[in-house]
Design a protein around this ligand. Sequence first.
Ligand code: FES
Ligand code: FES
Length: 167
Amino acid sequence: MTETKPEPRSELLVNITVNGSKTSELIPARTLLSEYVREYLFLTGTHRGCETAKCGACTVLLDGKAVKSCNVLAAQANGHNVTTVEGLDDNGKLSPIQQSFWDNHGMQCGYCTPGFVIAATALLNEIPDPTVDEIRFNLAGNICRCTGYTKIIESVQDASQRILKGS
Ligand code: FES
Ligand code: FES
């Protein structure tokens, strides 16, 4: 019988700025960014759903761009800035997008919501006054099993107007 050798453990030190704070952890090289924020930093607002880059529940901002953190190695974020849903508020005050989702009932169970809020943040940073088609197109990578999407789109439209009016 042939013995199988155990896989060599490959660990590396990563330095990632998360929600404005520098973090530094020794991690297995294959650690996903979603695992890094949840299991090393305890930022559990980033949800894990499909873990195959389909549902968008794990969306975070990487240097301002929305990425599915189950599809990015933490090592790839080394030296970069990551924002999770916990980093969007302003000293405890919800961001306009978070507030709009709340006020417009842009959620039911809420499992998909952090991913939608992050994806909407990236969208409105790039297109401040998007059309409904642009909202649908840019949020197409996020799946919601509850809302039917109408309330989510209304929330993003409302957030856009709040931000444009500076409220
Ligand atoms: Fe990452 Fe579904 S958990 S896309
Ligand atoms: Fe339940 Fe979107 S609110 S999955």
